[in-house]
Design a protein around this ligand. Structure first.
Ligand SMILES: [Zn+2]
Length: 295
């Protein structure tokens, strides 16, 4: 689906609402409170009414769309833009492209991103790569010692030919790495590939994962047969280009949400229903108020 299709298929509020209803309730609309079937009221806003508990609501009630003043057609356009932009898109760019206030664009992007965080994350198995990278912060004059002082730690775990996970971690010590291994990598994983950093070796021991192979980055070797961490590193490079080129400066507070957005899009990169799947997440997600976001 391209921008012209979106504009043709979902060019009116009514068409947008119809799609959201189908995505939210594939078997027909149900009451949000008592789950009973409801009737559609003949109103401009397409409200639903539940006779059983006397409750009135719309398809967007309780979701990230909750209380929005923005036309759904604009929501749809921005969702499409975020789905298509591999490295993400800044609120400033959205402001210019779609035509809205910066603050509106910023809040809108965060709500779409919020919906993208609400996914199932099965344990990874097969051949899994794990690596650590550092983002943000600039310590130009501190030399090697202070290099990572105000940078944020991102842990990447990726199943080859499969899913990616990004995490914003407090540090890259072995205990922290072991926790992410236990929480994300299946006990019957075939093999875990990392570089030969000491923390990785200790982390595998602590997490009780024995099938571990390392590549000697410390002696300048990057690939040995199928032993490498190149596929997780290519995901890191996409993330870094996204941060450098589109988001400019991300606060540590919002970093986890940006990571989730990158992960969501990356794991669906070959799916033709990415746009619909994103909308499905949006219309089944919880709400996110401006106060919650800026607290
Ligand atoms: Zn009800």
């Amino acid at each position: 689906m391209n921008l012209v299709d979106i504009n043709t298929l979902f060019g009116t509020e009514e068409k947008c609402r119809e799609l959201l209803v189908r995505l939210r309730w594939p078997e027909g609309p149900r009451c949000l409170r008592c789950k009973m079937p409801v009737v559609r009221l003949e109103t401009e806003k397409q409200l639903f009414y539940c006779k059983d508990c006397d409750y009135q609501f719309s398809v967007t009630t309780g979701t990230v769309f909750n209380d929005t003043h923005l036309p759904l057609t604009k929501w749809f356009l921005v969702t499409h833009l975020l789905c298509e932009a591999k490295k993400g898109m800044s609120a400033l760019q959205i402001k210019r492209t779609v035509g809205m206030a910066y603050k509106t664009a910023w809040y809108l992007c965060h709500r779409i991103r919020h919906a993208m965080t609400q996914t199932d994350k099965p344990m990874l198995d097969g051949k899994v790569e794990m690596d650590v990278t550092y983002v943000g912060g600039w310590n130009r004059n501190k030399g090697q010692i202070g290099k990572f002082d105000n940078k944020e730690v991102v842990i990447g775990i990726r199943k080859r030919n499969g899913d990616l996970r990004f995490f914003h971690a407090h540090d890259a010590k072995s205990g922290t790495l072991a926790r992410y291994i236990r929480e994300n990598i299946s006990e019957d994983v075939d093999v875990i590939f990392t570089d030969d950093h000491m923390a990785n070796l200790a982390a595998m021991r602590k997490a009780g994962r024995k099938n571990h192979k390392t590549i000697n980055h410390s002696s300048g070797v990057y690939v040995m047969g199928d032993i490498h961490t190149n596929t997780v590193e290519s995901a890191f490079s996409l993330l870094k280009r996204g941060i450098a080129g589109t988001w400019h400066r991300i606060s540590a507070k919002h970093l986890p949400a940006y990571l989730e957005e990158m992960e969501f899009r990356f794991n669906r990169r070959n799916r033709s229903d990415l746009f619909l799947d994103t909308l499905r997440h949006m219309v089944t997600s919880s709400s996110l108020t401006f106060q919650e976001l800026t607290a």
